[in-house]
Ligand binder design. Sequence first.
Ligand SMILES: [Ca+2]
Ligand SMILES: [Ca+2]
Length: 478
Amino acid sequence: MKSGRVRRSASCLLTAAIVLAVSGALAQAAENLVKNGDAETGALDNWDGFAGVFSDGAHGGKHCFLIKTVVGPGTHCFSKELIPIDPAKAYKLSGWFRSIGNAKSRIHLGYTPYDAKKEVIAPWNAACWPNSETVLAADCNADDTVVKIANGAAWGTYGGSVIAFDVDDSGKFADLPNRHISSLGIMKVVNKGQCWEVNLRSKCGRTYPAGTKVREHGSGNTHLFNAAGAEVVPTEWTQYSGTIRESAKSTMVNDQWAPGTAYVRIVIFSNLGQDNAEELQVLADDIVMTEDPGWTLQFSDDFNRSELNAGAAQAAAPDWQVVNGKWRIENGMLRGESAADIVLLRHIPGDQRLEFDAVAQPDNICDLTGILGTNERGGYAEGYFFGFGSENNTSSKLLRKDREVNRCDERIVPGKLHHIVCQRSGNVLTHIVDGKVILTYDDAQPLIGPGHDMVGLYIYGAGSIDNVKVYTKGPGAK
Ligand SMILES: [Ca+2]
Ligand SMILES: [Ca+2]
């Protein structure tokens, strides 16, 4: 059965979750994240831009979509529903197309990226000109068309460029996607000796004082066409596909998520730049976006029971081993306190990904932390410590065998249920909180194999954890 045709009811999902919780080891289903990607509702539900549903010779099922270009520079079709993505996971996008016009159509297939506020991320928000960080050499007023900057040596003339203001020049690009931007179009950049003058096409529209950090933005893709880029579609059904595995730091390119991407829409351009427009028609079917099957769910626990049934170190406990502190089930969650360290009693070889929800108790906030690469007695000291809200909630930090390798000032929000991901994929550690990568580390000698094939949790203060999920992939994964 094609995943594209699976429509699950809520009760089915619930049943599936229970089965997973009980068995603890089941391959992750590759669910199509695109609603009606196969046209099998028989209507254009969830889509804009298609000319209609075609019910003759679909690739799969009874129906497919018809794309017609009548006038203008091609046809823009997109899925209406915003699809949430996790930047630490890989996603595959594929679609089938077939030209049926008098000439063959060209197809683009990919994503339009959106940030966590569901605002579109455009090149002028997130595609940086390398090394263009500088400061305003004079105050900038909303009516100005000439803006003075200290150093324009790395700036270029481009109709799709803007000046981005209040930028983070630390190398972390934390301002991206940057919404503090000038009007569109940098027409000229002139070296005046004391400063450089940036000539805009129109009034800049922003007021900032001299000394404000600025950067040039705009040289990149508006859409992430990772599955098809101007491909000439044959008259037989042909599949196009691509996989995005990582986020870009400061660019917009086809095979990486734009900086700050939290949602996407599927986007299809047909016949872009082709002139025999009235002759062009193409069919589309089975548009499928799935999580990369590389990560397999190995264990999950929702703690919806009365007893934890965990033992002290070296006692034979089911599933969980208390290493330190106090752990108990409370209100369907796993509550830990007093420098509490717990390990999942299960060997999980291969790459590891630990996901959980966590909330701190209001009076004693310190650490809602995941552990990878440890063993049944070692706790965090033997593995990787993904510290969130460590040091009395003043910082977050990555430790390798108790030695700090990276840190940031991300903190626990009191009362908030955070979603936390701790991941080691090959040499790369990634720590994600609420969809945002907060820390990474490239370990030349990763902690893997016997003695480092377990995962755990750590709470120094007091907090509760729910919906633990452990995934594996890569060499050695079972
Ligand atoms: Ca179909
Ligand atoms: Ca629960």
